[in-house]
Design a protein around this ligand. Structure first.
Ligand code: GLV
Length: 328
């Protein structure tokens, strides 16, 4: 039986199924540098499946038999693709199955931030609702008919634009590496430079992958360009934003509020100022985390893994040039 390493997050039915055909060693969480048991298993493993294990040269040096790393995520910023390519190790991800779920999450956070839903929930539950008509200190701001700027117009960006345009009558602006004629015609979206988008948008939604080009994309200069009334939403990766600059922007009133699903460090540090601000809404990196979609992602990741282990081309190869007959 081929040995594989599985770690959080692989849904139970998928894990049980893999156990029928593979020698599966499951880890709940892994500290690759310190976990000697993991390093031992890695010597024999032909495949790895899980969410965002940081993979670098050092880890790969312990994995002489490894053929494939199957991420249970669409993002693959955890992988050193160059180092993997040198060793003919395949990398796969789980695109598409999560698009609508992530778009729902982003929209949920956007509305929650604009309408201050978590704060109002606490207001009611803490017995502070004493007179029927609450004061305007508890009012929010409208979402419908406002301008939404989307940075990163990939498959998830499109699903967000669809909700905003057809559901909320919003004007859509977008910025991405290339123009998308289909997005412009379907959602009447306007392409803008990053700076123009930041200046014109009521809501700025960041949904780009984390790459060397997008790391720190939004910092002090960019927050200063946004409207003071702007609401910033991050559904991408924490490191696309300079978090200390975001904190300053919220404190100084450069922007009005932020809805955040991702952070520089995850789990976010308990003393991070973002957690005690009134004008932030926070969720623990759960963009795709519904029962239905997590199961679909695990299934797709397992399909990728099994293909790679058994000489078939995985459907979601991140870098197709790594596919050669010699990897089998
Ligand atoms: C979630 O963040 C993913 O990349 O799938």
């Amino acid at each position: 039986m081929k040995k594989i390493i599985a770690y959080n997050r692989v849904e139970r039915p998928v894990l049980d199924d893999l156990k029928q055909r593979y020698d599966v060693r499951f880890f709940k969480g892994i500290d690759p540098a310190a976990d000697s048991e993991f390093l031992h298993e890695l010597q024999m493993a032909e495949g790895i499946i899980g969410l965002e294990l940081p993979v670098d040269e050092n880890l790969l040096n312990h994995a002489p038999n490894l053929k494939i790393i199957s991420n249970v995520s669409v993002g693959y910023n955890n992988l050193d693709l160059e180092a993997m390519k040198k060793r003919n190790i395949m990398a796969t991800n789980t695109p598409d199955v999560l698009n609508d779920t992530v778009a729902d999450t982003v929209f949920g956070i956007l509305i929650a931030t604009a309408r201050r839903i978590p704060e109002l929930d606490q207001y009611v539950k803490n017995g502070k609702w004493e007179i029927k008509a609450v004061g305007n200190d508890l009012f929010g701001t409208d979402v419908h008919h406002k301008t939404l700027g989307i940075i990163g117009m990939g498959r998830i960006g499109k699903a967000i634009a669809k909700r905003a345009h057809f559901g909320f009558d919003m004007d859509i602006l977008y910025h991405s590496r290339s123009r998308k004629p289909d997005v412009e015609s379907t959602f009447q979206a306007g392409y803008r430079s990053l700076d123009a988008l930041l200046q014109e948008s009521d809501f700025v939604c960041l949904i780009t992958p984390l790459t060397p080009e997008t790391e720190g994309l939004i910092g002090k200069r960019e927050f200063k360009m946004m409207k003071n009334s702007a609401i910033f939403i991050n559904g991408s990766r924490g490191k696309t934003v300079v978090e200390t600059d975001l904190i300053d922007a919220l404190r100084n009133g450069d922007i009005a509020a932020a809805g955040l699903d991702v952070y520089t460090n995850e789990p976010v540090e308990p003393d991070n100022p973002l957690l005690t601000m009134k004008n932030t809404v926070t969720t623990p990196h759960v963009g795709s985390s519904t029962h239905e979609t997590e199961l679909k992602m695990s299934e797709l990741a397992a399909e990728n893994l099994e293909a790679g282990l058994n000489g078939r081309k995985p459907p979601n190869l991140v870098d197709p040039s790594v596919w050669t007959e010699t990897t089998t």
